[in-house]
Design a protein around this ligand. Structure first.
Ligand SMILES: [Fe+2]
Ligand SMILES: [Fe+2]
Length: 284
């Protein structure tokens, strides 16, 4: 499946001032602690995850040699690295805001994930790590697509500047969704390892997000049977956020799958054009 000719992977580098708005509205997503803390928890896995993606893409690219890559891929990898590095920075700042708001264990979770990344870099082959990365990239693109097609409220009902941050990150995940997949294919990666990569990325991300989600709710004195049922219904269950991503995730299992069999860019931009075209003005 060809990469679209008009694809521009654009590193935008916006700045967001999250502390004040989160101090003002702690439950920034529709005043809902369960949903808000799910996104707080999920995004907290991003900085280390994104560094893991960058490490694995760089390593495989360098071992292949840029001159041996298909057309556009070397430039796309550079743009992907710039985008992910800036995502990592924005989500590091978000984590710091959570720590400043009193969720001090977020620092410990992050340190654990750093150790895990170092361990993985030393003990897991670059191709397996790239398979996990390609799987994780399919997850982030699936999340973006699900928010666009099924749950627009997850962006529309977020308070600024988180709303702009989410729209920006989701659009860039769509733009670079095939980069690691294409690199994996160019490096001769096979079907079974690719699928294993998605399964691992899915289970590991959910494990990391779930422990943080529980902690954040516990910190607010909200970890009780009622919020646990809500968490299942709104997030983890078949009709929850994760459940609603499943059909899209399953497309990855098709042997002939390619990320650009669907193109969400135009619909995404049409929906959230104002948020993503003027990011610099949203900074303050
Ligand atoms: Fe990202
Ligand atoms: Fe990504």
């Amino acid at each position: 499946m060809p990469r679209p000719d008009d694809l521009h992977i654009t590193p935008r580098k916006p700045e967001f001032e999250l502390l004040k708005s989160m101090q003002k509205q702690r439950y920034w997503l529709a005043n809902d602690p369960v949903l808000t803390h799910f996104f707080n928890a999920l995004q907290a896995t991003f900085p280390e995850g994104e560094r893991f993606f960058i490490d694995s893409a760089r390593e495989v690219r360098d071992s292949l040699g840029e001159e041996n890559l298909p057309e556009h891929l070397a430039d796309d990898i550079k743009a992907f690295i710039h985008q992910e590095a800036w995502h990592g920075k924005a989500h590091d700042e978000w984590n710091q805001v959570l720590i400043d708001l009193g969720y001090t264990r977020m620092e410990e979770f992050d340190a654990q994930q750093k150790r895990l990344r170092r361990w993985a870099n030393e003990n897991i082959s670059p191709m397996m790590r790239l398979a996990v990365t390609a799987g994780a990239e399919h997850m982030t693109a699936s999340l973006a697509r699900m928010m666009l097609e099924k749950r627009r409220d997850l962006i529309d009902e977020a308070a600024e500047p988180v709303r702009s941050l989410l729209a920006w990150h989701a659009l860039e995940e769509i733009e670079h969704k095939s980069v690691c997949f294409d690199l994996y294919q160019a490096a001769g990666g096979g079907y079974r390892q690719r699928v294993l990569g998605l399964v691992f990325a899915f289970l590991d991300t959910l494990r990391l997000a779930r422990s943080r989600h529980k902690y954040l709710l516990q910190q607010d004195g909200l970890w009780n049977w009622r919020t646990r049922v809500q968490a299942y219904r709104k997030v983890w269950g078949p009709r929850g956020i994760v459940g609603q991503m499943i059909p899209e995730l399953l497309r990855y299992l098709k042997p002939g799958f390619h990320p650009w069999q669907t193109d969400e860019r135009a619909a995404f931009e049409a929906r959230w054009q104002t948020l993503i075209s003027d990011l610099s003005n949203k900074a303050a």
